[in-house]
Design a protein around this ligand. Structure first.
Ligand code: ZN
Length: 385
């Protein structure tokens, strides 16, 4: 059966790479991925999928193929948002190609084994959390397992990611002439005091907590006591629960600063919060086995130290999820760079698409035909939630 999957993917490899190249040539920022969405939707329709768009966000899509036989629902996730300046420097165009190839590869055998394939277009991974919106819209409620592979400088089995709580602090004081400051109240002073005080939290935070913020607004003229100032922060931690504990401590800092300066303040969640990622070790084992079968070497184990955040986390709380990694460039190439973007359309990129899409299609295949495996994956998921 793997042979049929292989044949389908190999037959269409050039077409997948054409889409990857097109996205490379036409990079679009998060939630503006209209061109990418259009070519993928068109391709998937022609490949026999039923496609819906605008489920939660204009540029999302779900392409479904349901076989006549009952069976589990396997979802392959595509990303396709680019970055300012470096285009597809995070390689999401290749993720898109891998997701489509895996979906079409599995489609070659699904009528025989039963089940449903969903290729899910998840836009705006970098800042806007397309997956978070899709999860809220229930797009993953009927999904048994969600799979994807992210390109980079290592083959890997994915891992944990940090929960991220993005909080904006706004301070409100009173304008006054710089030489009559006693008539005003400085929102900037409150912001600076809060910034300093939040820095002091770090020593008392648990390991793998990351706190990073900026002064976004700090006044408009030196001779005016600023009536308005703001700070933007990311509070990251191994779990959202702990990210919120740290957020509460930071809010206490702002309370103290407002009291001391005679100002008021408010806080808002100014971007999309990201959940941490729940690892499914059984899925990781399965992906490793498939990678090895395909001849990949130097496969990193599950990454246990969460560094960075992703909207895949939200999906990982709804169904068993894996985001593997595949190498397309050497170690010295940094993430979010033009070099990594160029690697997506290289020969290595093409080979990575070939291998990664086969690997996750095989995993999905195994989960459909072997009920015990699927049960093991789901039991682990229920326990880890
Ligand atoms: Zn990425």
């Amino acid at each position: 059966m793997y042979t049929k999957i292989n044949e389908m993917i190999e037959k269409n490899l050039d077409q997948y790479m054409q889409m990857v190249q097109y996205m490379y040539d036409n990079p679009e920022l998060g939630f503006k991925e209209y061109k990418a969405q259009q070519i993928m939707v068109e391709y998937l329709k022609n490949a026999g999928f039923e496609v819906e768009t605008n489920i939660a966000v204009e540029t999302d899509f779900i392409a479904t193929y349901k076989s006549d036989k009952e069976g589990p629902v396997m979802a392959f996730m595509c990303e396709y948002d680019a970055l300012p300046e470096v285009g597809h420097g995070c390689g999401h165009n290749l993720i898109a190609g891998i997701g489509i190839a895996a979906g079409e590869g599995l489609k070659a055998v699904i009528d025989e084994i039963g089940g449903t394939i969903k290729v899910v277009g998840t836009p705006g991974e970098e800042n806007f959390g397309g997956k978070v919106e899709l999860v809220k819209a229930g797009a993953f409620n009927d999904v048994d397992v969600a799979l994807m592979v992210h390109p980079g400088t290592k083959n890997g089995l994915g891992g944990k990611s940090s929960a991220l709580n993005p909080i904006k602090f706004e301070f409100f004081g009173k304008n006054a002439h710089g030489c009559k400051p006693q008539e005003g109240a400085s929102a900037l002073d409150a912001a600076v005091m809060t910034y300093m005080q939040i820095n002091l939290i770090r020593q008392f935070a648990e390991p793998l907590t990351y706190i990073h913020g900026i002064i976004k607004d700090g006044g408009l003229a030196a001779n005016v006591i600023p009536a308005y100032a703001s700070l933007e922060y990311y509070f990251r931690a191994p779990t959202m629960k702990y990210a919120k504990v740290i957020t509460d401590k930071a809010i206490k800092c702002a309370e103290g600063a407002a009291l001391a300066t005679g100002t008021t303040f408010k806080t808002t969640v100014y971007e999309c919060p990201y959940e941490d990622t729940l690892v499914n070790y059984k899925l990781a084992d399965m992906l490793k086995e498939k990678y090895e079968m395909l001849g990949l070497t130097d496969i990193n184990p599950v990454n246990e130290d969460p560094i960075g955040s992703t909207d895949v986390g939200s999906v990982s709380y709804v169904c068993p999820t894996i985001q593997g990694g595949i190498k397309i460039a050497e170690d010295w190439v940094t993430g979010h760079s033009k070099e990594l973007a160029a690697a997506t359309v290289s020969e290595e990129g093409k080979q990575a698409l070939n291998n990664a899409s086969k690997a996750i299609a095989y995993v999905a295949y195994d989960l459909i035909v072997n009920k015990d495996l699927l049960k093991e994956v789901k039991d682990e998921f229920e326990k880890s939630k």
